[in-house]
Each structure stands twice: as structure tokens, then as C-alpha cells.
Design a protein around this ligand. Structure first.
Ligand code: SF4
Length: 347
């Protein structure tokens, strides 16, 4: 069981980040924010697979104005991501953004950052201070963990000098070890909630591994209040990987877990096909059930015992188990339907 590091609780729309609130999964819209209709579709789709908070890029005035339309329709909190131009942050807040994400280092003069702080304060919305190794202020010669921590701390001091504590922090690097070190250091120094992730992690295969190592190590240490898996892939993939990561550490229990064996020469059913079909069909279920799909009776019944429901393959058949007890034998082609009929009946 993981003991989470105590942090302040802040509110983002109708969701809380930090304190004892569940760790949230975020993603970021990949298309132009101004393409309102398509962006709404994207957000609805990703919310269905478990995205708790969505972020959009705000590179210009039109994008900041699009937020007003998006907010009328979407059901999850929206974060406006702003670089360079403090006026866009103010416009995004006015148009209903639930949270602002800025890198104060590229907003420029302190008075500009202060304008954003005062605006967020008047709308009572939080700001994520997001520092990235790739865009550290020029005074830092190296983009290492020490520099990331020093940079973020100087911003925290500034925000606190303006009596603004409604903040979330992130210090991301594309290097996994640098990121882990930076978050470990900052978590000992401040109690603001932390948004964790490996930036520019890569394609779904490599990026999921790198994110799992980085985010997973931190979560296992009790560090992290909200996560984003950054992939050169779809938003759904980002959210699904993030959700699996939380589930695998026992930090999210509102979704099914599938346990499946790697198969070997003893397997006499098409287990890969069955697992894929179950995975697809279970997608819409928001139940904390554990489903075991095992190729044969060697480990099948044992694993199925630990699961809520499961099957162990035989010769072109599957033996259905519920809470460790065998309930019936079905033909291979009926395995998936039999499994779901039992899930629907019981859970
Ligand atoms: S459960 Fe059976 S089929 Fe699957 S890997 Fe183990 S021995 Fe092989």
C-alpha cells in the first residue's frame, strides 16, 4: 500500500487535486483549439476513457476565445496552456478556463506574471507553474534536476510574495532519471500538489515504458497528485496508459483489471484474440473487477481464484470461474459472451 505525501488540496473546476483526493489523469488536445467542433468531440471521447482534466494550447487570441465555446459543452475541467503572452492567460481566465498552466520564465517581466496571478486570484482558479528542462531560464547553465528545482522554487517564492498559493507544480524533463530526481527533491521542500509526467516521452511503445518507469517510480514513493502521460499518439492512449499505471499501483479502483497469461505450448485456445475482444468490450465498464484470462489449467484456476471472474482454457473450451469456483464449461467461441453474461449478472 502506498502512503501518499501530504499536499495541499486545490480545486480545478469540480475536481480536486492534492490532499487526499484521488490522483487524476490528464491529457492535452492535439489539434488546433480553434477547431471547436472537433475539439469537443475529442474531449468527449477522451473523457469516456477516464480523462479527468483536459488541457488545450492557447497560442493566440482566437484559441483563448474558443475556451468560452468549449466550456459550454464539455463536462471535465479545462486547463489553458499559455506560453510567452500574459494577456492570453488573462483572456483564457475570462473565458472560463478552470486552471492556467504557465511557465513563468517565458512570460517575461515579473509584473506580467503578477498580472496573471491577480487575474487567477480574482477568478479563484489555480495556476500550474510548469517548468520544463528544455525551456529553463538562461541563467541556468545545465538543465539538471538541481536547476529545475531552483527555477520552480524561485517562482513559488514570487507567487507566495503575492499571497497566491493556489498552485500546482511540475518540473518535467524528457530524461527519466532527471525527472525522478527533480520531483523527489521538490517534494521534500514544498507541500503544493505535484503534476507529474515525463515530457516528450515518445511514441506509444517507448513513451509508455518511459512514463511508467518515471511516473510509476514517483507514485510508488507517494509523490504525485495528478499525472499526464505525454505520448506521440492519441489522447485516448495517453489516458489509458495513465489509468493502467494508477491501477497497477492500487491508486485507482474504478476500472476493470485484466490478468492474462503469456500463453505457451499448453494453450489450446486463441487466447490473444479472446483477450483483445474482452479488452475492447470491457472498455465502457467502470467497475473495479479483476478478470483472469488464462490459457490452461496449470495456472488458470489458481489465478482465477484471485480474480473476481475468469476463464482457464482447455481443448477448444474454456472453464469459467467465479470467485475461485468453477461454474461452467463453454466452447471456445462462446467464452467472451459467457464471461460478459456472468459479469453483467453479478457486478
Ligand atoms: S497458464 Fe497455461 S497456457 Fe498460459 S502460460 Fe501458463 S502454462 Fe502456458
Amino acid at each position: 500500500m502506498i502512503t501518499r505525501r501530504p499536499t495541499k488540496k486545490i480545486q480545478c473546476g469540480d475536481i480536486y487535486i492534492g490532499g487526499n483526493s484521488p490522483i487524476t489523469v490528464q491529457s492535452m488536445v492535439k489539434r488546433n483549439t480553434e477547431a471547436i467542433k472537433s475539439v469537443i468531440k475529442d474531449i468527449r471521447k477522451v473523457a469516456r476513457v477516464g480523462c479527468d482534466i483536459i488541457r488545450v494550447a492557447v497560442p493566440n487570441k482566437r484559441a483563448a476565445e474558443a475556451i468560452k465555446e468549449l466550456k459550454k459543452t464539455i463536462s471535465i475541467p479545462l486547463v489553458a496552456d499559455i506560453h510567452f503572452n500574459y494577456k492570453l492567460a488573462i483572456l483564457a481566465a475570462k473565458n472560463g478556463a478552470d486552471k492556467l498552466r504557465i511557465n513563468p520564465g517565458n512570460i517575461g517581466a515579473k509584473w506580467k506574471v503578477n498580472e496573471v496571478i491577480q487575474c487567477a486570484s480574482s477568478y479563484n482558479i489555480p495556476i500550474r507553474i510548469g517548468v520544463n528542462a528544455g525551456s529553463l531560464e538562461k541563467r541556468y547553465k545545465r538543465s539538471d534536476a538541481k536547476s529545475l528545482v531552483s527555477s520552480v522554487l524561485s517562482f513559488v517564492d514570487f507567487f507566495e510574495s503575492k499571497k497566491f498559493q493556489n498552485i500546482v507544480l511540475s518540473l518535467k524533463a524528457s530524461d527519466v532519471l532527471t525527472t525522478i530526481e527533480a520531483y523527489r527533491k521538490i517534494s521534500k521542500l514544498v507541500d503544493s500538489p505535484l503534476h507529474i509526467g515525463i515530457t516528450e516521452a515518445g511514441t506509444p511503445f517507448y513513451g509508455s515504458i518511459r512514463s511508467s518507469v518515471g511516473i510509476g517510480s514517483l507514485l510508488a514513493d507517494g509523490i504525485g497528485d495528478t499525472i499526464r502521460v505525454s505520448l506521440t499518439g492519441s489522447m485516448e492512449e495517453e489516458v489509458m496508459v495513465g489509468t493502467e499505471l494508477l491501477k497497477s499501483l492500487g491508486l485507482r479502483n474504478n476500472a476493470p483489471t485484466i490478468i492474462s497469461c503469456p500463453t505457451c505450448g499448453r494453450c489450446e485456445i486463441d487466447l490473444t484474440k479472446i483477450v483483445k475482444r474482452v479488452e475492447k468490450r470491457i472498455d465502457n465498464y467502470r467497475l473495479p473487477i479483476k478478470i483472469a484470462i488464462m490459457g490452461c489449467v496449470v495456472n488458470g484456476p489458481g489465478e482465477a481464484k484471485e480474480a473476481d471472474i475468469g476463464i482457464a482454457g482447455g481443448k477448444r473450451v474454456g472453464l469459467l470461474f467465479k470467485k475461485g469456483k468453477p461454474i461452467k464449461k463453454v466452447k471456445e467461441e462462446q467464452i467472451v459472451d459467457a464471461l460478459f453474461s456472468e459479469i453483467d449478472k453479478t457486478f
